[in-house]
Design a protein around this ligand. Structure first.
Ligand code: NAP
Length: 245
């Protein structure tokens, strides 16, 4: 049996795990960081929690006799991707990175790019008065100093303090639909959207709704790429690289 470890936490990682679990010649393990109390679990074997840096991951790969490591983590999860590259090199395990492409603005989009969450926070007061913030609960502290803008922050779990003073929290988990997003924009009188450049279809409808309504969007650029080994952008390509389809 060929043992494949998927570093997950994304829709694509779950899709890949499901495809690999159906392969009789493969044993698949998915790894989750453990940030969410009730994660959407992938099919197959799952382990949860950090490895203890690149060295810990390298030990795990050796001990569990992993044949291929797949980094299918979120494009903003920089540390684990760096660790994956280091660990795979250290123990000579092939590394495949599954990274969905960036979103690209189309006609009608009013995107303002920021290099960080802090940079995004600085842009808000000049662009709107009620912002839908979809950058995740862990980065909310970066928006504590924002004045003159009511923030409607959407996250899977309730965020911890410190929190921005003018805040509504929406506890919701994607994927989202265009109709659903329209309703959120309407109900909360949203006039500005803030997002990471996560890419992918599951959370893209908010961009289409902002375009429809002619609203500005602050897009946080991805951190400097850390993608080791062969890089693919979707599950069929990943299966092809693994010689499975
Ligand atoms: P990160 O900053 O790159 O990683 C921090 C530490 O968390 C890593 O050093 C590692 O601990 C542990 N870790 C991260 N991903 C792991 C995984 N899949 N399995 C086991 N340990 C993992 O990560 P992050 O940005 O906090 O993201 C954490 C997880 O959430 C990732 O799996 C990612 O795919 C998912 N996610 C992140 C975002 C985002 O915006 N960052 C959005 C959606 C989903 P050790 O060093 O101890 O091994």
């Amino acid at each position: 049996m060929r043992h494949i470890l998927i570093l997950g936490g994304t829709t694509e990682a779950r899709q890949l795990a499901a495809a690999l679990a159906a392969e009789p010649s493969v044993r698949v393990t998915s790894s989750l960081a453990g940030r969410v109390a009730e994660p959407r679990l992938p099919v197959g074997q799952v382990r949860v929690g950090g490895f203890g840096g690149a060295a810990g991951l390298a030990d795990w790969l050796r001990e569990q006799q992993v044949h291929t490591l797949i980094d299918a983590t979120h494009p903003f999860a920089q540390v684990i991707s760096r660790n994956a590259a280091e660990a795979a090199a250290a123990v000579h395990v092939p590394l495949l990175t599954l990274r969905r492409p960036s979103w690209v603005p189309v006609e009608g989009d009013r995107w303002h790019f920021a290099d960080s969450l802090a940079g995004a926070a600085e842009l808000l007061p000049g662009l709107g008065t009620r912002a839908l913030l979809t950058t995740g609960r862990l980065g909310l502290a970066e928006f504590v100093g924002v004045t003159g803008v009511h923030l409607v922050a959407r996250s899977v779990e309730r965020p911890d303090p410190p929190l921005p003073p003018r805040l509504t929290v929406l506890l919701e988990r994607g994927p989202f639909t265009r109709d659903g997003e329209r309703a959120v924009f309407r109900e909360h009188r949203i006039d500005l959207l803030v997002t990471k450049d996560s890419g992918g279809a599951a959370t893209a409808p908010k961009l289409a709704v902002a375009r429809e309504l002619g609203l500005p969007v602050v897009v946080v650029r991805r951190p400097a790429a850390c993608a080791g080994g062969t890089v693919v952008t979707d599950v069929p390509q990943a299966l092809g690289e693994l010689g499975l389809h």
